[in-house]
Design a protein around this ligand. Sequence first.
Ligand SMILES: *Cc1c(COP(=O)(O)O)cnc(C)c1O
Length: 378
Amino acid sequence: MDFIGFNKPYMTGNELEYIRAAVTNKKISGDGEFTKKCHNFFENKYGFSKALLTTSCTDALEMCAILLNIKPGDEVIVPSYTFVSTVNAFILRGANIVFVDSSADSPNMDVNLVEELITSKTKAIIPVHYAGVACDMDPLLALGNKYGIAIIEDAAQAIDSYYKGKPLGSFGAMSAFSFHETKNIISGEGGLFVSNDEKFNARAEIIREKGTNRSAFFRGEVDKYNWVDMGSSFLPSDIIAAFLFAQLEKMREIQSKRKAIWEHFGKALSPLTARSGVKLPFIPDYATNNAHMFYLVCNNIQERSALIEHLKKNNIQAVFHYLSLHKSDYFKGSHDGRELKFADHYTDTLLRLPFYYELSDNDLNRITDSILNFFNAR
Ligand SMILES: *Cc1c(COP(=O)(O)O)cnc(C)c1O
């Protein structure tokens, strides 16, 4: 019985050829030909005001925090059930983190809890589109307008996913995507910074280029290349961009295969909800499913641990996900004490199934049969 791992990076076929082309061009630092092709792809396909490749989604989020001028004492509202990078970006600028709970339906933030957390110090709200399924953006955008607070989307998992027909990543003042090898579209490590407000565009280029106006200089817009702001090195090599562009050209194929895998899981496992109380991913009417992930929400942690063990015996690797950040070693002393019961619930009960392009029908049946057998025997 072959081992079915949780993830396996998929190569579409042109990655090495494009890397060879980047190397042959003798332009392998940042902002070469492939980087430009990627920028054009994102700006044209999704209508972003500015798209800039970064070395990771983590870096893109750090750019957002710098561009918002987050300062010590500012408050940022973030879900507790998320990856550390969503929060670290703001911690690095000295912000106070105000965690919000997940909703009962899904790990996404409960937007109904946000308004009561807003104070005169609140500078940003960071929705994370978990599993690529949109947070309810209209109420969040309304709060942003009402209180003059920026919305920044952590769209790390949300490539090619939509809310009421509009692409995720296009709602926030800025947003961030990831191309880490566990995401749908990959470049090993890699990310994308997005601005949807022209007022950030010029400074975003500067911050990404060590605080210099090098990008404008190369376009001939300024005659001296100078240090003009704070910044860091957030731009990836054109070798990374070459890999990424090969993936972008095959996005449609990647997405349709991933959706077929998701549907297979959904169909085979749907009887579980009535029979054993296990929940499957919830996709609200306003959201599309970009098939980033298929997860189960078990009844309790004991059941989840037993299921992980059962699958392991069948040579299948299923994995849990985030541990609530408000209870992390680093943050627990700083949390204000509010109970975040759904974040804790998903910490204990959410289980992610193997999910990658090359899963065969045979693999899928093995996974779903193992899960159904587990619950039938209980
Ligand atoms: C993957 C992920 C990140 C980090 O992405 P990197 O590209 O690895 O920095 C941040 N937030 C969420 C929600 C993620 O899933």
